[in-house]
Design a protein around this ligand. Structure first.
Ligand code: DC
Length: 227
């Protein structure tokens, strides 16, 4: 079964998608980390961001691998490096590049193969796996997402002013939604889960129930088809 989890930045997708994959024994795919890895490759090569064809060529050239919850670039584990603010800021050049997206979408489909997978991103249910059996759109208000981000920073010993984090969050939402290719949208057949006021544990429980319901639906369908 393919489970897609899409939604805006800071909705808590990574935490719950990882936990859900572990609970179900499914493979986990963090597609944001793939865009981040391509941006990191571009930074290391000191690419000129105003030349999108160069980044597209580089994306096709470098080896981006996903190993469980880790992301490798040319064999180097860059899971932590791709989450630095510098890489986060540069990632829009990869995410807004149609040729980079085309390449990564093909890679994501190849990784999923025929396996059971929980995949998270912005376009997983809409573009990459339109036939996925279980689609979730995970969201929360911008204020809630900014509040959580401030707490994350605090846990890392960093002080980030709420107002600044909120402005940045809204800016990323706009950029994600306005993209010509693979914009953030809620697929019509996705189940929307608004996580304001819910703990990560509560969200995971709801996701497990959503997947269980889909499995039950499949069983009923199979039974009907088999007479
Ligand atoms: O989920 P994240 O913050 O790691 O994503 C990093 C960036 O990549 C973010 O700006 C959105 C973009 N992204 C995307 O365009 N498509 C995806 N499938 C996943 C992430």
């Amino acid at each position: 079964m393919i489970v897609t989890i899409d939604g805006p930045a800071g909705a808590g997708k990574s935490t719950v998608a990882k936990a859900l994959a572990r609970r179900l024994g499914f493979r986990y795919l963090d597609t944001g980390a793939m865009y981040r890895a391509v941006a990191l490759a571009g930074m290391r090569r000191q690419l000129d961001w105003s030349l999108p064809a160069e980044l597209a060529e580089l994306a096709r050239e470098v080896r981006v691998e996903v190993r469980g919850e880790r992301i490798l670039l040319e064999g180097e584990d860059v899971t932590e490096t791709v989450r630095t603010p510098e890489v986060t800021a540069a990632t829009r050049f990869a995410a807004n590049n149609a040729a980079v997206r085309e390449h990564l979408v093909a890679l994501q489909r190849a990784i999923a193969g025929r396996e059971d997978i929980v995949t998270e991103g912005r376009d997983q249910g809409s573009v990459v796996f339109p036939d996925a059996e279980c689609k979730v759109y995970l969201t929360a208000s911008a204020e809630e997402r900014a509040r959580r981000r401030v707490e994350d920073f605090r846990a890392q010993g960093k002080d980030a002013p709420f107002a600044e984090v909120l402005v940045d969050m809204v800016r990323r939402d706009e950029s994600d939604a306005a993209r010509d290719v693979g914009p953030l949208t809620r697929p019509p057949d996705a189940i929307e889960l608004v996580t304001d006021g819910l703990t990560a544990g509560e969200v995971i429980e709801r996701l497990v129930r959503i997947v269980d319901n889909k499995r039950q639906e499949r069983r009923v369908r199979d039974r009907e088809q088999n007479g």
